[in-house]
Ligand binder design. Structure first.
Ligand code: TZP
Ligand code: MG
Length: 205
């Protein structure tokens, strides 16, 4: 699988997003066919220090065994310690340039939610862009204004060869709009973590 294919069904999750054991949620999602996973342990109720590390390591092990791309959100130190496949950063996180210099082969993802952010970002150094929030989301308290699928179309016009992943409020019902707009994949938290039937949710995505 190339990176675009690996980004197709992208689960983003931390313990704060789970009403039950994150490991069993990941196991179900992996069995159902997710292609990428991002460990995003942040916000209210998130784990810190060694607990965070232990959970990340256990989740990574499962991803490795299943050939699922394992990406760490924000935490460069954790990404290094785990020797993860990649890291996803936002606009205010550690600068992409330094990460790329230190890790020439890592998968680097960068969030861009509007044209100004895109213009001011070192997009030539990253492997994919996260675009959103595409739809209203309740999973991220400090989310930017909704960008719609229009933003994905704009990005693909600017950089046709850059893989783009839509994120924010994506459900099994609206995921097709994200793909139709040109995204390589959909990144979701609640559509999988809160699904009554994870197997079905992943398959419908
Ligand atoms: N970044 C932009 S929106 C969002 C993140 C991490 C939250 C996505 O969660 P959900 O539940 O899929 O809307
Ligand atoms: Mg961030």
């Amino acid at each position: 699988m190339n990176l675009e294919q690996q980004l197709r069904k992208y689960l983003v999750m931390g313990s704060q997003d789970c009403d039950r054991d994150p490991l069993s949620i990941l196991d179900e999602a992996v069995a159902a066919g997710i292609t990428a996973f991002q460990f995003r342990e942040k916000g209210e109720g998130s784990l810190q220090g060694d607990q965070k590390y232990q959970l990340a390591a256990a989740l990574q092990k499962r991803c490795e065994a299943a050939g699922v791309l394992f990406i760490v959100n924000d935490d460069v130190e954790l990404f290094r310690c785990l020797n993860a496949d990649g890291i996803h950063v936002g606009q205010s996180d550690e600068h992409v340039k330094a990460i790329r210099e230190a890790h020439p082969h890592a998968v680097i993802g960068l969030s861009v939610s509007d044209l100004t952010e895109w213009e001011n970002s070192p997009v030539e150094l990253v492997d994919y862009l996260g675009a959103g929030p595409v739809f209203p989301t309740t999973s991220k308290k400090d989310a930017n204004p909704v960008s719609g699928t229009k933003w994905i179309r704009e990005l693909k016009e600017k950089q046709p060869d850059m893989p783009v992943v839509g994120i924010g409020g994506i459900t099994t019902e609206n995921a097709h709009e994200v793909i139709e707009a040109g995204a390589s994949g959909t990144a979701v938290i609640s559509a999988i973590t809160q699904a009554a039937d994870i197997r079905r949710a992943v398959s419908e995505l």
